[in-house]
Every structure is written in structure tokens, then in C-alpha cells.
Ligand binder design. Structure first.
Ligand SMILES: [Zn+2]
Ligand SMILES: [Zn+2]
Length: 167
């Protein structure tokens, strides 16, 4: 048990986020952390400077989680990921021969078999940025918007991409 410095509740350790602190956990509980973040978000949602910073933070996080880990992944991690998302590997190998401009990447809007070669070429920046705003739905092999709308056609996917670019 550990006491949250904010709400003063005595809680199980799993109610705290892991952190690089002495005891390995944050001093405020998950609930208080979430509350604090959503409060800051609300207060700053009309501040363009803050939004810009948040977007950059999201992009950096995406890079950290996806690219670095991907690059440094051990063989067994690679295999575990491959087992979990077999469609992504199939789709990537099906599309790898589709030629695209230099500095562009192949983005799959859908991982259904019939769409494995149906890619959207995106600049590296646009691609990274897009992945900050879409959530993969393993069941549908498609992506969802941040608010949960399933992007089940290429048109919807592109429309959402355009919307993101205006943010
Ligand atoms: Zn708390
Ligand atoms: Zn992509």
C-alpha cells in the first residue's frame, strides 16, 4: 500500500504509474494523474503554443515507442510482435515493391488482405503525425480516430488525415 500525496488515499501499488523514482512509482495515484492531465488539457485547449508542444510531444513519444524499440528489438520481441499482428507483416511485405517517391513511406489504411497493396504514400512527417492520431483496431484490422470512429473506407481515412493536417 502507498499513500497518494494528492488525494491521500491509501492504495495498492498498481494504482500508481511506474516511474524512475526511489520506490519505482509516481507520488500521485493514476486517478489524480489523469485528472491533472485532463485539467491542463482543458485549460490549454485554446492555446496554440501549447497545442503545438503537445503535438510534438506526441510525435516524439510515437518515435520512442515505435521506431527505437522496433530498431532495438530482440529477436523474441520481434517474433512476439509478429505473432500478435501477423497482418501487418503480410501487408508490409505485399506492399514493399510498390514504388513511392523518395522521402515517402507506405501507409496502410487497412490491414485486410484485400487491401494489403492499397497503400497511401505519405511524407515521413505526415506519416508520423498521422499515427499519433489513429488507434489500431485489431478486430477490424482498421484504424479508429481518437474519438473512436472506425475509418472503414480509404476516403474516410484520407479525410481524417486532411483534418489532422489542419490542426
Ligand atoms: Zn490520488
Ligand atoms: Zn502508417
Amino acid at each position: 500500500m502507498k499513500q497518494c500525496i494528492k488525494c491521500k488515499d491509501d492504495l495498492e501499488l498498481e494504482m500508481f504509474y511506474k516511474a524512475k523514482t526511489k520506490n519505482g512509482y509516481t507520488s500521485e495515484c493514476k486517478k489524480c494523474t489523469k485528472l491533472r492531465i485532463s485539467k491542463t488539457r482543458k485549460e490549454n485547449s485554446s492555446n496554440p503554443e501549447w497545442i503545438k508542444k503537445e503535438r510534438k510531444r506526441g510525435r516524439d513519444k510515437y518515435h520512442r515507442l515505435n521506431y527505437k524499440q522496433y530498431a532495438n528489438r530482440s529477436r523474441s520481441d520481434y517474433n512476439a510482435h509478429r505473432k500478435r499482428f501477423p497482418e501487418k507483416y503480410k501487408a508490409n511485405s505485399a506492399a514493399q515493391h510498390i514504388s513511392i517517391e523518395q522521402g515517402y513511406e507506405r501507409h496502410h489504411w487497412s490491414y485486410k488482405t484485400e487491401h494489403h497493396k492499397n497503400i497511401i504514400p505519405l511524407s515521413v512527417d505526415d506519416h508520423n503525425n498521422l499515427h499519433v492520431y489513429i488507434i489500431y483496431d485489431m478486430e477490424h484490422l482498421l484504424y479508429r480516430t481518437q474519438s473512436g470512429v472506425l475509418l472503414d473506407t480509404k476516403e474516410k481515412h484520407i479525410e481524417y488525415l486532411k483534418y489532422i493536417q489542419t490542426l
